[in-house]
Design a protein around this ligand. Structure first.
Ligand code: ASP
Length: 301
């Protein structure tokens, strides 16, 4: 039987070196205001890192990092999400902790600025894993989460991009905390001009998001249908287990996406030792990471 965080603590197996990695989507446009993307990623890493540095949990850290990017209008999550065929916003998100494989997810929700927090509430509630559409909104109301006017999620920029049918930049985060727990979260507006009701990989545990504390955690981005086809996040963990080399595992995982899934995208991961890695098949994917050997978030673009 695997030990959870509290069992590990009771056995004196604590004080792991924390780590966090964040992505801003494999569909990000390198010609797009890079400064704004850089600031957003740096803020997201800083907010998640604050949680870990204070001794908080990986779950709280990935939720904090993703919330920062959901509120940032340049990323395809929360405010700033891409628009569907009918010009509306429908958001997907998922979150998972790798000790007991607890998870929560939402698909095709509107009127919620922070779908990752709604996914977290579903995880904590524990009865179900995935709620969609109106049912997810009803649960959000029960939980007292604030609802917003759908128009608040639509930025002028996304309205223009929708008119031009351009893609966006999903967000995700993976963290290891001092207790040895790994968590991962992903949040997305999906793909531009998608059919209303379409749910992508970002809402599906095993596809866009997966965490298992004894192995690692992943967040995926890119062509959601391709990611679903190969169950990429879970698949990436199997690859990590076989290779025990995070950078190589990230590359092979993206190869699986392109060759078997027949789509493009990227992944970020943290392994159980706190090693971070990422890979992509697209021209650009903003990433940032942090561990105690750095004085400030590393944002290499
Ligand atoms: N994977 C997301 C989706 O297909 C989109 C993205 O990552 O940009 O919904």
């Amino acid at each position: 039987m695997e030990a959870g965080a509290s069992e590990r603590e009771a056995a004196g197996m604590t004080s792991r070196v924390p780590a966090l990695i964040v992505h801003g989507g494999a569909g990000a446009d390198p010609a797009d205001a890079l400064d704004e993307l850089r600031i957003g990623i740096r803020e997201a890493v800083a907010s998640g890192w604050q949680v870990l540095a204070d001794g908080g949990t990986a779950l709280d850290a990935v939720e904090a990092a993703v919330r920062t990017l959901e509120a940032h209008p340049r990323f395809n999550a929360g405010r700033g999400a891409v628009l569907n065929r009918d010009g509306g916003v429908e958001l997907d998100a998922s979150i998972m902790e790798g000790d007991r494989l607890r998870s929560g997810a939402v698909g095709a929700v509107s009127r919620i600025l922070h779908p990752v927090t709604l996914a977290r509430r579903i995880l904590e509630d524990g009865r179900q894993i995935l709620l969609v559409g109106e049912g997810a909104l009803a649960f959000a109301r029960e939980q007292g989460l604030p609802e917003c006017d759908p128009a608040e999620l639509i930025t002028d920029r996304q309205l223009k991009r929708w008119q031009a049918a351009r893609t966006g930049s999903t967000v995700g985060a993976v963290a290891l905390d001092r207790h040895g727990t790994i968590a991962a979260a992903t949040s997305s507006g999906g793909v531009p001009a998608k059919l209303p009701g379409r749910v992508g990989d970002s809402a599906l545990i095993g596809c866009g998001t997966y965490a298992e504390s004894t192995l690692g955690g992943l967040s995926c981005t890119g062509n959601g249908e391709a990611i679903i086809r190969v169950v990429l996040a879970r698949r990436g963990l199997e690859i990590l287990k076989a290779l025990d080399n995070p950078e190589y595992a990230a590359l092979v995982t993206v190869d699986v996406l392109t060759e078997e899934g027949r789509g493009d995208g990227g992944v970020i991961l943290v392994d159980w030792r706190g090693r971070t890695a990422f890979a992509r098949s697209t021209p650009f994917m903003p990433v940032g990471w942090m561990n105690p050997s750095h004085r400030a978030p590393v944002v290499p673009f």
